[in-house]
Design a binder for this molecule. Sequence first.
Ligand SMILES: [Zn+2]
Length: 346
Amino acid sequence: MKRIAFVITSVSIVLLGAAVVAQIPQAEVDSHVAAARAAAGMDFRNTFINLCLPAAGRGGGRGAADAGAAGRGAGAAGRGAGGGAQTPDRANWYAAPFKVFDNLYWLGTRQHSSWALQTGAGIIIIDTNFAWATEPEIIEGMTKLGLNPRDIKYVIISHAHGDHDQGAAELQKRYGAKVVMGVPDWAATSQRPENAAGGVPKHDIAVGTEGMNLTLGDTDLQIVSTPGHTPGTLSYVFPVKDQGRRVVVAYSGGTLTGAFGADGARWDEYIASQRKIAKMAADAGASVILSNHSEYDGAYTKVRLLAAPRQPGENHPFIVGTDAVQRYFTVMSECATASKLRAGAK
Ligand SMILES: [Zn+2]
């Protein structure tokens, strides 16, 4: 009798255990969301909302510009040839270019950013936007700011999605710029059809998991492999000058995690990448956080704040401080940890 009771109890404990495992560990999810919310503060609300809230920011809601980013989960090859090829209404995206630091210029649309980093030996373009933005934003933008597009030596692509890389082939062809991309993202790019929007760049400099240092003139840019958003996502740490003073930028190359599903390894890779770039940013004393989407770093708004005269003691609008840069990456890793648990990924 005693033995039967013991067996029944054991069976129910096993069943109870299975039920608990299958459920989302809500308290644990909540604690990671709370950590991310605290890290975001008022500075990184959009990053927090898009990464931490269930089903938020998973495509849609960002207008025509997002069309080319569809299929981001499947990698760059998943995007159709026509993605982003048609120019959307200029009134919805055009933004004038701005000089942000002594040697860094913003060439973005309202939604997506391209940056020109001027060195003593030419210009590095960081991300390129959709093909339809190449002429009005990058080429005309540089000309308006007194930069010569013929001085473009490198185009570095954070990841092979149309909203960041469709201008690369044109800049390579027209100015002989060398295109830099992560190894897996080059592989995805080479599978695109020839008539893909913006064309297909010729295979050029490929960055592996070890990353690389890109030195041009007086500027040394650390390229960090941060796989996650795509398998070959690159992030950067590099110095700029603010009225002659050296300031270090951390650039986050890929953000959304919406398509990871139950793929635990992919979540873990993304989380490890955020910790890696956060540490490199901390070691370099990065006090500026930049992204390729204005909604994450506030670039579209902040470039406008540059026009307001700085009050005594007031900092450059893009200099958020070393602590805030770390908090940005904490938002990314904590939200990803919460989302991984919600997805039941192992
Ligand atoms: Zn993307």
